[in-house]
Design a protein around this ligand. Structure first.
Ligand SMILES: NC(=O)c1ccc[n+]([C@@H]2O[C@H](COP(=O)([O-])OP(=O)(O)OC[C@H]3O[C@@H](n4cnc5c(N)ncnc54)[C@H](OP(=O)(O)O)[C@@H]3O)[C@@H](O)[C@H]2O)c1
Length: 275
């Protein structure tokens, strides 16, 4: 009975990718699915409506920037699983609007705000996940699958940025690059114990971000989308959450240390094709 812990599973039943992650894993009643969310009551209500018979589903409270809440989450997970954990999927993250439409020089015109936004992004996307991994590794060591995944972004790819000249989202990209390095370092330490650590980009996914963009803001964003279309004719715009999560779960199932995946940073295709 494989056990999964997934973070960032709080969003609505419509679009959000986090809910889709949960739904697709929870479809198999032989999985034990533990969701770490900030708003437990609200998520429990949604689970009760969507999965009324799901006694293999558990919602626990946790904020990845709150170390004590993560320690509590570990205790609760041990109570649910009996001690181990097979899969950890670190999906929670901040996708900011602050830097979504502007290059780094424009953001630098407000240095204090740039610094605040950057620190918050690093706190959640990089440091929060480092705490999460450190605290849950003992459970993964006792699990069978021994797989840990960070949901990263192709925006952090040092191949993509210069090739497509992507000016926007610099701070978000930096925070995901830091996450990728942290994942590689965890892999360097734990691969010898058979624990797979890996970063996966889900592709560009329609989760309702940026719907409030002004026409001016959409200019920079539109330029990025045009460059995506030049990168590959396959790209027809953001994927549905269903398709993206199916792709990511396929990568998760196939990946192994034996195949050389430890510490790697891959796309939803399991390679360096980002779109
Ligand atoms: N959408 C895309 O095109 C895309 C592309 C590449 C990578 N990604 C990555 O995929 C993941 C999901 O993206 P999304 O577009 O679905 O984002 P989203 O709709 O903004 O959802 C973010 C999730 O993370 C949770 N979260 C944020 N801060 C948290 C914290 N401190 N502790 C615990 N949970 C926290 C949120 O919970 P609350 O409800 O409590 O805020 C929410 O469930 C992110 O890591 C993102 O970087 C997305």
């Amino acid at each position: 009975m494989p056990s999964y812990l997934i973070t960032g599973v709080s969003k609505g039943i419509g679009d959000p990718q986090q809910w889709e992650f949960f739904r697709q894993i929870a479809l198999n009643p032989s999985n034990t699915v533990i969701c770490l969310v900030r708003n437990k009551a609200e998520t429990e209500k949604k689970v009760a409506e969507e999965f009324p018979t799901g006694n293999h589903l558990h919602i626990i409270q946790g904020d990845i920037t709150d170390y004590a809440s993560l320690q509590n989450a570990v205790t609760q997970t041990i109570e649910i699983t009996g001690g181990g954990l097979d899969y950890l999927i670190a999906n929670a993250g901040v996708v900011p609007h602050f830097d979504a439409y502007d290059p780094i020089e424009v953001l630098g015109q407000n240095p204090a705000l740039l610094e605040d936004e950057c620190l918050n992004l690093f706190k959640v996307n990089a440091i929060g996940n480092i705490h999460l991994f450190n605290l849950f590794v003992p459970l993964i060591q006792r699990g069978t699958a021994k797989k840990v995944f960070a949901i990263s972004s192709g925006q952090a790819s040092l191949d993509m940025i210069p090739r497509l000249k992507i000016e926007v989202a610099p701070l978000y990209s930096m925070s995901k690059a830091a996450l990728n390095v942290a994942v590689a370092k965890f892999s360097a330490q734990y691969a010898k114990e058979g624990i797979l650590f890996m970063s996966i980009c889900p592709g560009m996914v329609d989760t309702g971000h940026f719907l409030d963009a002004t026409p001016e803001q959409m200019k920079g964003f539109g330029a990025m989308l045009s460059s995506f279309a030049e990168y590959t004719p396959i790209f027809k715009g953001p994927a549905t959450t269903t398709a993206a999560v199916q792709d990511v779960l396929a990568v998760i199932e196939k990946a192994s240390i034996e195949k050389g995946d430890g510490g790697s940073f891959v796309s939803h295709y399991g390679n360096q094709q980002w779109l």
